[in-house]
Design a protein around this ligand. Structure first.
Ligand code: SF4
Ligand code: SF4
Length: 482
């Protein structure tokens, strides 16, 4: 989508883009306000920001553009201005929040403990309710949210892709060889210049095609047993979130999760009836949808009676750990949500919590570039468990590379709705990883996997990208990593 730069906004919000947040400013007509009274960002959280700017170098959009209003500090300043009625919800105001990846890099680097997640989620909810988007934008976003959180619909939508890939034998390797994804600007010259909305839609569709996963009939119809018993005496009963994209596109990750947890002494349940956890909706400001998905997820796992809920997709885990906040004002669900969130763990955290390994690790000679998914490292603070898991495998070497804290540009639906910025960040990440030439890239989020696969293909590389749990599974089963 075309971003309004500061200079296009005139003297209100955009006029402040290069101004220090400490300077007094008139951001809009007196009395005008961008936010209404329904769950606006919490002023107490905003006031924790002391404008120190330590977060700026960790913010991908500030790193790319150097614009104050596209930094965490600038965005928090805009929220405050909106709360105080000093700005309206102009297109430029919205563009600064649309450009935010929600990566939470700023949370990690903030010495004052500013909780940016509830701030951006509340702001996005206001934008979704109050900002009239173009018809093309609404249709595109509507299609995403009518499809991705519903595995049944997504399966049907992916069937033509699976048939086409099987019929033609075409996959990303072919695309790499044809160079089809290299050096083609997303804002295609072929799109009519007099129809900017169409050009933006064209760019989004092109981005979606470049990110298209490799799917097979088997992957679309694979399933996980409802109960897999522990090997040996049970140590823990774990419920597995099978995910929406994960179960259809990366079913091997779910299989590996079950294999490893079972081998380590867990009874693993995959409760039937589970659907979307609401992560995409929550991160996009669709609060009511997110709350409905959260209630259903809580109900399903309560019925299963598990001690832990294992998640192998970082974005999902981060949202499920937030259910307590998401449902805090719902008397019927608040306590259940808190109890549920307390049981949610990334699968690497569960492996770490189990302590001394029960299953033998067999050697795998692999140089691994471990990419921190933002919603695991920044949002959940989970950095060490995946690294420990990999280091427990004899022969695995973890390679450091540049800018590990910076987002790869995937960020939920970001690489679909902000394709140019996402592509720039993806290319940057792929370049840094390429510099260390790993045997395999490891990451714990399906969105990151698709994003980095597309970026590697543009570089002319066909990289193996695997979840850390797949690598551990191969080690335990004493087979080569596929
Ligand atoms: S969430 Fe990420 S993109 Fe958004 S302000 Fe924070 S660091 Fe920047
Ligand atoms: S580091 Fe924290 S306190 Fe400092 S400007 Fe950024 S958000 Fe505000």
């Amino acid at each position: 989508m075309t971003r309004l730069r500061s200079s296009e906004e005139g003297p209100s919000v955009g006029g402040q883009a290069r101004r220090s947040p400490d300077e007094p400013a008139s951001l809009g007509a007196a009395g005008a306000t961008a936010f209404d009274a329904i769950h606006p960002p919490d002023p107490a959280l905003i006031d924790k920001c002391v404008h120190c700017g330590f977060c700026l170098p960790s913010c991908p959009t500030y790193v790319l553009w150097g614009e104050e209003m596209d930094s965490p500090r600038g965005r928090i300043y805009l929220m405050k201005a909106a709360l105080e009625g000093r700005t309206e919800m102009t297109p430029a105001f919205v563009s600064h929040f649309d450009a935010c990846l929600g990566c939470m890099g700023c949370v990690t680097s903030c010495p004052s403990g500013v909780q940016y997640a509830p701030l951006i989620e509340a702001t996005r909810a206001q934008i979704e309710r109050r900002h009239p988007r173009s018809l093309a934008d609404r249709l595109f976003r509507g299609a995403i949210f009518a499809l991705f959180p519903f595995p049944g619909r997504l399966r049907i939508a992916l069937m033509p892709l699976a048939i086409w890939q099987m019929a033609t034998g075409r996959n990303r390797e072919d695309r790499k060889e044809r160079g089809a994804e290299k050096n083609v600007p997303l804002r295609s010259q072929r799109a009519p210049r007099f129809l900017p909305g169409v050009a933006a839609l064209f760019a989004r569709v092109r981005a979606a095609l470049s990110l298209a996963p490799e799917v097979t009939w088997a992957s679309l119809f694979s399933s996980i047993p409802a109960r897999t018993p522990a090997v040996g005496a049970p140590r823990l009963t774990v419920g597995l979130l099978t995910g929406c994209v994960q179960r259809l596109v990366f079913p091997r990750v779910n299989e590996a999760t079950v294999n490893v947890l079972s081998a380590e002494g867990c009874d693993v349940l995959a409760p039937p009836g589970q659907g979307c956890c609401g992560a995409l909706a929550l991160h996009a400001g669709r609060r009511d949808e997110a709350r409905a998905f959260a209630r259903r997820t809580i109900e399903v796992f309560e019925r299963a009676g598990v001690e832990r809920i294992a998640v192998n997709a970082a974005g999902c885990g981060s949202s499920m750990k937030e259910y307590g906040q998401l449902l805090a004002d719902d008397p019927a669900w608040a306590a259940r949500a808190v109890a549920f969130s307390a049981r949610v763990r990334d699968v690497t955290e569960i492996v770490s919590e189990l302590g001394a390994p029960r299953a033998a690790r067999h050697p795998l000679t692999l140089r691994v570039a471990y990419h921190d998914a933002c919603h695991l490292a920044h949002a959940q603070g989970v950095r060490q468990p995946p690294r420990d898991l990999l280091r427990s495998i004899p022969g695995v070497e973890i390679l450091p590379f540049a800018e590990q804290e910076i987002c790869c540009g995937s960020a939920g639906i970001y690489n679909l709705v902000e394709p140019e910025t996402a592509r720039e960040l993806g290319d940057r990440k792929a370049g840094h990883i390429d510099a260390v030439n790993p045997d395999v890239i490891a990451t714990a989020n399906p969105g990151c996997t698709l994003q980095m696969r597309a970026a590697a293909a543009r570089l002319g590389r066909s990289r193996r990208i695997r979840h850390p749990i797949e690598i551990l599974d191969a080690s335990i089963r004493n087979v080569d990593l596929q």
